[in-house]
Design a protein around this ligand. Structure first.
Ligand code: FAD
Ligand code: SF4
Ligand code: SF4
Length: 399
């Protein structure tokens, strides 16, 4: 829908203060919308003379959809190793490709000679083909270089579906590629399938604060693109006996072509706060009462070789960093064991940890909703129970 200001405008000015984007200007006694207009429609009903109209935009089908075939998964590398989310998506991509009777390909971008691990893992986790873009410009993630290379690949080889992990880099990359190749993007999906009626990929994601699940189809443009959060899907079992075709593509982008320059890599977060890959997470919420009590969670995490997580309430209180937030607006995690100390179990928190294998909840309220998703529950004061658990786990480790 586009918004058009017509000649019927009498210049009353009523629409100007309504626009949340300051996109209305008055000129020669008439109102106009500028490029800042988002077509939100807030001004339409304000106009006393109906001078602002909604117009259906002409539907442009920019591509011949039959030219687009096969499912692609972006295999993001971190220190030369594929991130788990890429491997998880190869499992889902395999299912989609099989259902569509098409091939599954992985896309790997990296420094020359440094991306072999990615190729090997791509085949082991189900890819039939790997597009390998190599070059100095791909040593570290770079918005311009990666967008350009990926968009070029899409324009040349025309995949039907592209899956990208919703990591920090993936969230930066995917919308840029989608915009460059003029297609849509469903961000932060929590489920994927095939829509029976159309044969299109059905992208499911939470909407309206997680209160409903929306399923989105990309009917008119190609490729169908989406980002998927880490830990939503389980990694398939690898088969290192598999192999396939490697298409090596020389990266066209030189470091000088990228507007974004890599200067230095600052590791603000060590392995101890890599929540998305952690096998044991010890999380605390508002029930931990203060920042100092998180030291107990750190001790338990250390004994168990785990990582400390937090609810949004604990992050908002300044007790933990936002990097450690688990939930809808934080990280989605899938550890083998998730401890929830003093966390009530709000739907937005559950959205980030419900795929954990085992959930152990400690809460002084026996009716806390977290107990509904917990495999084991302890009703009591976290600050009394934590020292006991730390001691008992130490003893068990000692044995
Ligand atoms: P509370 O709900 O206040 O619960 C504290 C719990 O601690 C209670 O159950 C209480 O019984 C227990 N308790 C108190 N003292 C003790 C004690 N001594 N020992 C044991 N138990 C004790 N939340 C997230 O966590 N992650 C998100 O990503 C997130 N995203 C959001 C996005 C949106 C759009 C919105 C609207 C909200 C979001 N929230 C998120 C907030 C969410 O709705 C809850 O407010 C939040 O999860 C509550 O955190 P909490 O469980 O730590 O605190
Ligand atoms: Fe402003 Fe929305 Fe009207 Fe555009 S449609 S001019 S953004 S109020
Ligand atoms: Fe013109 Fe209508 Fe805006 Fe008044 S409210 S300035 S008539 S477009």
């Amino acid at each position: 829908m586009a918004i058009r200001f017509t000649d019927a405008c009498i210049g009353c000015g009523a629409c100007e203060p309504i626009c949340p984007f300051a996109a209305i200007e008055m000129k020669d006694g008439k109102a106009y919308n500028t490029e800042a207009c988002t077509s939100c429609g807030a001004c339409v009903d304000v106009c006393p003379v109906g001078a602002i109209v909604r117009e259906a935009e002409e539907k442009k089908t920019a591509v011949n959809k039959d030219d687009y075939r096969h499912v692609w998964v972006y295999l993001e590398l971190s220190d030369g190793r594929p991130r788990n989310v890429g491997l998880e998506l190869l499992g889902e991509g395999r299912k989609l490709a099989d259902a569509m009777g098409q091939q599954l390909a992985a896309v790997v971008l990296g420094e020359r000679g440094a991306a072999e691990a990615g190729v090997k893992e791509a085949f082991a986790y189900g890819a039939d083909k790997v597009y390998l873009v190599e070059g100095e410009a791909y040593k570290h993630y770079n918005t311009d270089a990666f967008t350009s290379a990926f968009a070029d690949l899409i324009e040349t080889h025309k995949p039907s579906v592209v899956l990208i992990g919703a990591t920090n880099d993936g969230r930066d990359l995917a919308p840029r590629i989608a915009c460059r190749v003029k297609t849509g993007l469903t961000a932060d999906c929590t489920d994927l399938g095939i829509d029976e009626a159309t044969g299109l990929v059905a992208w499911t994601r939470p909407a309206f604060g997680g209160n409903i699940m929306a399923t989105i189809l990309c009917a008119d443009h190609r490729p169908q693109m989406g980002t998927v959060r880490p830990n939503v899907f389980k990694r398939p079992a690898p088969d290192y006996g598999r192999s396939g075709e490697v298409v090596v593509v020389a990266g066209k982008v030189g470091p000088q072509d990228a507007r974004v320059k890599f200067i230095d890599l600052l590791r603000v977060c060590t392995a101890s706060c890599n929540l998305e890959e952690a096998e044991v997470i010890v999380s605390g919420g508002r029930g931990m009462c203060n920042r100092e009590n998180f030291a107990l969670l750190e001790q338990l995490a250390e004994v168990l070789g785990g990582t400390v997580g937090a609810s949004r309430a604990a992050v908002d209180a300044g007790w933990q960093s936002a990097l450690q937030q688990v939930g809808q607006s934080g990280k989605t995690v899938g550890p083998k064991i998730y401890f929830a100390f003093g966390i009530s179990g709000a739907i937005q928190h559950l959205a980030g940890m419900s795929s954990s294998d085992v959930v152990i909840a400690i809460n002084k309220d026996p009716d806390a909703p977290i107990f509904k998703v917990a495999d084991y529950g302890v009703v009591g004061d976290a600050m009394e129970i934590l020292p006991i658990m730390i001691e008992e786990f130490k003893k068990l480790k000692g044995k």
